[in-house]
Write a protein that binds this ligand. Structure first.
Ligand code: ACO
Length: 427
């Protein structure tokens, strides 16, 4: 395979290096284009632009493959704990027993949040969207932990990482409890990471808390499936904010805001609202399929389509099975699951969706599970953020350790050319 590409432009001929990754993906390195030919490249939405080299997550959208550090998502979702996967993503290898124990203990000893954070939570209106609250609280953590900003050594980075891994679930749980008018809780150090999240979210003030193993398994799986997805919108945001040497918590807060949008993580809330709307409308899925295909109707089938997967999203396949299992375990008969299944069946047989390679994505079934666990719809994207946390951290750490330059795209200016100021009396 050639290691260079040649670009001919006017009477110039420029050689550009071609780099190849470990899975044989190739990219033309265009860094010399500007100095060599006074050209930039343009690619709105970065549909065909690699922003970095990364050794964390591999995905092949045509084949429906997703791997973290070389391990298939199917195997990790089946066998690993969320904390093992977090360690794998952040540090590159699966931990041995001792490494996992140290990591877990360091996280636990950092899982107390400054009491004053409660005052900030109290100041938010009860109806505030939890994603906005979580983004603000994550940013506020910087003020309470200023040392997390100047992280110029691996040791400082580690401290910031275990701090946020410990405190983030507390913020997530507190955000949810606030919307429900329930007391907030610091959890229990004797529980493991996911069990403790469950206690903080679901524990009742007037009874002891017992971890339901079926719920824990479903939650563990969901968190793993969301843990990383290479250079998506929120992850790219985390990397680009971090590239200015903003601290970890500030970078994560920006990522949370990016994840909130309905075209990204916010889709899981939008999916459930859509399924509910179809149910309330009488359950006629064909009518909504028509709307989704009508170019004069802004309606889109939420939970369908993906920028990269042009074959099945492997996470959707695992989640669909998990939804079936958890609903059966909990003895729940949810009519929206039937609506979801019939929408999926119709879309997979409809030329509009087939021709555009639109398949269910990770968000299509996740909301059904969250709902069966008693998580409010507005919290669904927060649950996504909880899962994505180690991925964002891993990508931020890789970017900082790789000494990547500050992210600063170019543009092609299309506005007015030079003109003279006109006094307001003559406009
Ligand atoms: N329903 C109906 N039509 C769709 C859908 C959909 N969900 N998604 C894409 N299309 C159509 C578009 O109208 C377009 O049709 P055209 O070629 O006739 O104009 C074509 O498919 C390509 O769509 P784009 O928007 O150009 O694809 P892009 O890669 O930019 O967008 C996205 C991907 C944003 C995920 C899109 O498919 C979408 O809006 N899906 C619904 C929202 C969603 O589920 N988001 C979650 C993504 S997963 C995640 O972030 C975790």
């Amino acid at each position: 395979m050639s290691t260079k590409a040649t670009l001919n432009y006017n009477d110039l001929s420029i050689d550009l290096p071609v780099i190849t990754g470990s899975e044989n993906e190739s990219a033309i390195d265009i860094a010399a284009l500007r100095s060599g030919a006074n050209l930039v490249t343009i690619d709105p939405g970065f549909k065909n632009t690699g922003s970095c080299e990364s050794a964390i997550t591999f995905l092949d959208g045509d084949k429906g493959i997703l791997r973290y550090r070389g391990y298939s998502i199917e195997e990790l979702a089946e066998k690993a704990s969320f904390l093992e996967v977090a360690y794998l993503l952040i540090f590159g290898e699966l931990p041995n027993t001792e490494q996992l124990e140290v990591f877990e203990n360091d996280i636990k000893s950092n899982s107390v949040v400054d009491e004053d954070i409660k005052k900030i939570i109290d100041a938010f209106p009860k109806a505030a969207h939890p994603m906005g609250v979580l983004a603000s609280l994550t940013s506020a953590l910087t003020a309470f932990n200023p040392s997390s900003v100047n992280v110029n050594s691996e040791a400082d980075m580690y401290k910031a990482i275990v701090k946020i891994m410990g405190k983030f679930p507390v913020l997530v749980a507190w955000t949810m409890r606030k919307t429900q008018g329930l007391p907030i809780d610091y959890g229990d150090k004797n529980l493991d990471y996911v069990g403790n999240i469950m206690k903080m979210m679901f524990g009742q003030p007037n009874e002891g808390f017992k971890v339901n193993p079926a719920v824990k398994e479903a939650l563990n799986k969901l968190l793993i499936l969301h843990a990383d997805h290479e250079q998506n919108c929120s992850t790219s945001t985390v990397r680009i904010v971090g590239s200015s040497h903003a601290g970890l918590f500030a970078s994560l807060s920006a990522g949370i805001s990016a994840l909130w949008g309905p075209l990204h993580g916010g889709a899981n809330q939008a999916v459930l609202e859509m399924l509910e709307a179809i149910r309330e409308d009488g359950g006629d899925t064909a009518k909504f399929m028509m709307k989704a295909k009508d170019k004069n109707d802004p309606f889109r089938l939420m939970g369908f389509g993906h920028r990269v997967y042009k074959n099945f999203d492997p996470r959707a396949r695992i989640i669909k099975k998990a939804a079936d299992e958890v609903l059966e375990d909990l003895g729940i008969d949810d009519p929206v699951l039937d609506i979801a299944k019939s929408l999926e069946k119709e879309a997979l047989n409809d030329p509009y969706f087939v021709d555009r390679k639109l398949y269910p994505n990770v968000d299509f079934y996740s909301g059904i599970i969250y709902r069966s666990l008693g998580i409010p719809v507005q919290m669904f994207t927060v649950m996504f953020a909880l899962g994505r946390l180690p991925g964002w951290i891993a990508q931020w750490r890789e970017m900082r350790l790789g000494k990547e330059p500050i992210g600063r795209p170019r543009q092609i200016y299309t506005g007015a050319t030079l003109r003279s100021y006109v006094d307001i009396s003559h406009r």
